[in-house]
Design a binder for this molecule. Structure first.
Ligand code: PXL
Length: 278
């Protein structure tokens, strides 16, 4: 069977297990060829470490895309995560236009915020520009905080199902065909996601047990697994559910060692759950 090839546009955090160092192993384990597009190299991720190094690779990015085009490289997917500047948003827009085919699937995870706050270095203006880029996506995978910032709305700690349904529709109004909203919890024992397909009008939701910890990097584990499952042909809700189950397994594998392993999840211990013999 033909193997799918997906460009993964993320930074490399040398320590921290997020972005490309999660997308690469997760998608590879799911049988997808990853075309890596490193947007920056950081010594660590930015959440909890101080004094990290940062080498911006923005200038390299158009050169990589131009060479691929010259070599007639075809992409089945483009999956973007942490993007560090307005220029990089522009690069992704061009990359999508350059590699557009009827079959190209674009998944945008608008990584920039969590728990009601923007990550270091991000601004509301950037969130508005990311919202514009989302119009080019087949699927967007924001958490509740990113959703609120992209829509210019207040972040809500507590909410009900009507709020989530409205949020999904307003997010689809940004122009993406499908939306997966992560980090949804209506009761203290369950955590999950809600999905919306603007073409069919179908809503979905899926929950797993809510574990009493918040660990960095789980958003990237979730979006990478979702992207792999969706590119492998699962429907929106089934792919979103597989990503919930896998992320939950990764958190469980990490929970007893948080003192040492506070910076991300031990996804390596769980990769076998994603590999299926063909
Ligand atoms: O997990 C998202 C992410 C990716 N890359 C870098 C980050 C973060 C979150 O803080 O700092 C460099």
């Amino acid at each position: 069977m033909k193997m799918k090839r997906c460009a993964a546009v993320h930074d490399i955090s040398c320590i921290g297990k997020c972005s490309l160092t999660v997308a690469l192993p997760v998608l590879s384990a799911m049988g997808i060829e990853v075309a890596s597009v490193p947007t920056a190299v950081l010594s660590t991720h930015t959440a909890g470490f101080t004094g990290y190094t940062f080498c911006d690779l923005t200038e390299e990015l158009p050169k990589i895309a131009a060479h691929w085009k010259k070599e007639n490289i075809v992409l089945d997917g483009i999956y973007t995560g942490y993007l560090g500047s307005f220029e990089q948003l522009g690069f992704v827009e061009n990359l999508i236009d350059t590699f557009k085919t009827d079959d190209l699937c674009v998944v945008i995870d608008p990584v920039m915020a969590d728990h009601g706050k923007l990550y270091t270095g991000f601004t509301p203006e950037f969130a508005a520009a990311m919202a514009k880029l989302c119009a080019k996506a087949d699927v967007i995978v924001p958490n509740l905080t990113e959703a609120a910032f992209m829509l210019g709305e207040e972040y809500k700690e507590s909410y009900d199902k009507d709020y989530v349904l409205g949020l999904l529709q307003r997010l689809a109004g940004l122009g993406a065909k499908k939306v997966v909203l992560t980090g949804i919890s209506y009761d203290e024992n369950k955590l999950g996601c809600a999905t919306y397909d603007s073409e069919t009008g179908a809503f979905g939701e899926y929950f797993t047990e809510k574990l009493p910890v918040a660990i960095h990097g789980t958003g990237d584990v979730y979006a990478s697994t979702f992207t792999g499952a969706y590119l492998n042909g699962k429907d929106l809700l089934s792919a979103a559910a597989e990503a919930c189950d896998f992320t939950c397994a990764c958190i469980k594998a990490t929970m007893d060692d948080l003192e040492n392993h506070w910076y991300s999840v031990k996804f390596e211990k769980c990769l076998h759950l994603l590999t299926k013999a063909e």
